[in-house]
Design a protein around this ligand. Structure first.
Ligand code: FAD
Length: 317
């Protein structure tokens, strides 16, 4: 795989839509760090995505899918190749069907595009009195990013709601997969590198609108009380080790408030690394390494980042 370099002119001839050249990835990441991407392209529908995918493959160019950028860390040197953002039809929500369950209850199947924001789907479900996604309130991701990350909170995760998903594999082939075959684990799915989630069908149950609203309100309040929601971050930086909490370990090691350059361990929640305004990606990576080394030394536990560190020419999703 290669950078765009000599192919930039070919790309502008090939792609009829808008191309953003040399745009700082800090604009596409909630951590607000990251150097320039060679090109950023918003794709509106499956046909255009298929064409672009084919062109990138044919020319052996690196590419990356970025959703809402709420779980990525982009290096200061930026990213080679093309950043693909799913827009247009990929942001739609559609009610498919209502199916009776053997328990006498019903499940309601809703399809959401990979580029649709999770908060839009939470609002949709609330308006339709559908329960199941309340935990997603305050998670600032897209459906694609949420499914790749198996995003979750308060003991629930999105993987358990996925009935099926339409995926594009690394060769550009499109297929529907059952949710149970996506290999959901703690904060990840198990699909191959460079698999793109085009859309997902999620199963919800009919609920009481006021109860749904109350639950969302409660979860928002918990976030506002326990997380630095107004600061630039990527949410929890490290995965929780089995039967433990990364935040507890980092707090116990005395890191709250510790900073390197503009990157700081939040005083509110020790598993949040925040950009105080002047952080570079290098500051954040240095802080990450210092924390990892200390936690390993003190507790014998290797903390793994939950945040996807993009770079090195590979799409790590
Ligand atoms: C304040 C805050 C609070 C948060 N709270 C939570 C929480 O409670 N629980 C939780 O789980 N997470 C939380 N997060 C992390 C983050 O919001 C979630 O992981 C979210 O689901 C990521 O979605 P995204 O669209 O931003 O993904 P991105 O950050 O854009 O991408 C993440 C990865 O997914 C890949 N990707 C994105 N879209 C697609 C697609 N369509 N197909 C294939 N790959 C794709 C990217 O290439 C990348 O590897 C929080 C983040 C913040 C900033």
């Amino acid at each position: 795989m290669a950078s765009l370099n000599s192919h930039a002119k070919d790309l502008s001839r090939f792609w009829q839509g808008k191309i953003l050249w040399d745009i700082p990835m800090a604009q596409f990441s909630t951590l607000k760090v990251g150097g320039p991407a060679e090109a950023v392209i918003s794709v509106e529908n499956i046909e255009d995505l298929t064409r672009l995918h084919h062109w990138l493959k044919e020319n052996d160019i690196d590419w990356w899918i970025v959703g809402r950028g709420s779980n990525i860390l982009v290096p200061d040197k930026g990213l080679t190749g093309v950043i693909i953002v799913l827009a247009g039809e990929f942001r739609s929500i559609e009610k498919l069907s209502i199916k009776p369950l053997s328990s006498g209850e019903e499940k309601v199947l809703i399809r959401a595009g990979g580029g649709c924001s999770l908060s839009k789907l939470v609002s949709y479900c609330t308006a339709q009195s559908l329960t199941g996604l309340e935990f997603g309130v305050g998670i600032p991701g897209s459906i694609g990013g949420a499914i790749v990350m198996n995003a979750g909170a308060w003991g629930c995760d999105i993987g358990s709601l996925v009935d099926s998903a339409i995926l594009m594999d690394s060769d550009g082939n499109i297929a529907t997969k059952q949710g149970k075959n996506l290999g959901f684990l703690y904060r990840k799915w198990s699909m191959g590198k460079n698999t793109i989630l085009l859309s997902a069908t999620l199963a919800f149950r009919p609920g009481n609108k006021e109860n749904i609203k109350d639950t969302c309100r409660k979860y928002q309040e918990l976030r506002h009380n326990n997380q630095p929601v107004a600061e630039a971050s990527a949410g929890s930086f490290f995965k929780n080790p089995p039967d433990d909490s990364a935040g507890r370990l980092i707090d116990e090691a005395g890191f709250k408030g510790f900073s390197i350059g503009g990157a700081k361990v939040s005083e509110t929640h020790a598993n949040f690394i925040i950009n105080t305004g002047t952080a570079s990606a290098a500051n954040i990576l240095d802080l990450m390494h210092v924390i990892q080394q200390e936690i390993l030394k003190r507790f014998g536990i290797k903390l793994e980042p939950e945040v996807h560190i993009l770079g090195g020419g590979l799409n790590q999703s």
